[in-house]
Design a protein around this ligand. Structure first.
Ligand code: SF4
Ligand code: SF4
Length: 204
């Protein structure tokens, strides 16, 4: 029993599914890994990225996409990994590979940080996301690929709108600035996960 509590920092998201029986949060949070949620996220992101890639190549700026790829790798692995993902219950799983509903398969560079994101980390997230999503647009405009720029912009808007409505409203990374989970559900999850509850300064 003690061994099970220590594994995965005791986070319920990574305990056997039988531990969820009777949990009032079951079905109300995206608190267990789900392939459907992951594929939904990937499809939404591609709806923004693919038009941007096509437009950059057609405009003669395809090689600049290597800079976007390099930035994305650094952002997801190191920067976002530390400021956002290291605070997420999905990051608490034992092992070095992330199995979550968005950044599945990334190498986990950092340790799990059960405390909420700081204000500085939230500000950095906005900066990092702005660079990530804005990177291709100057090249689309320089290449006069206005139609692809519009399609990509529409894809980016759809990505954030859908994400916020269907994922952020149930995501277990509660301190993310996009998160909209009701406070009573957050409190119940923290109550069920004392490592996080303590780090959040909640009585457990
Ligand atoms: S909050 Fe934890 S115990 Fe409850 S359903 Fe989600 S993973 Fe299971
Ligand atoms: S669900 Fe989101 S915040 Fe959590 S580890 Fe995955 S990408 Fe990071």
């Amino acid at each position: 029993m003690v061994e099970r509590e220590i594994r995965h920092h005791g986070i319920c998201t990574w305990q056997p599914a039988s531990a969820c029986e009777g949990c009032p949060l079951s079905g109300r949070l995206k608190c267990r890994f789900d392939w459907g949620a992951l594929l939904h996220f990937i499809a939404l992101f591609f709806g923004f990225a693919i038009p941007a890639i096509i437009g950059a190549i057609q405009g003669g700026y395809g090689w600049y996409l290597l800079g976007w790829a390099a930035y994305s790798l650094i952002f997801f692995e190191l920067w976002e990994g530390r400021i956002l993902c290291s605070h997420c219950p999905y990051y608490a799983e034992d092992g070095r590979v992330l199995h979550c509903i968005a950044n599945y398969g990334l190498f986990k560079v950092w340790r799990f940080h059960p405390e909420p994101m700081s204000k500085a980390e939230k500000a950095q997230l906005w900066v990092g996301l702005s660079i990530l999503m804005g990177f291709p647009f100057p090249f689309l405009l320089l290449g006069r690929q206005f139609a692809w720029a519009l399609v990509s912009l529409w894809g980016a808007g759809l990505f954030f709108w859908t994400l916020r409505r269907y994922t952020c409203s149930q995501c277990v990374n509660f301190s993310c600035p996009l998160n909209t989970v009701p406070q009573e559900l957050v409190d119940e999850y923290l109550r069920r996960n004392p490592v996080m509850g303590k780090a959040w300064g909640k009585a457990v």
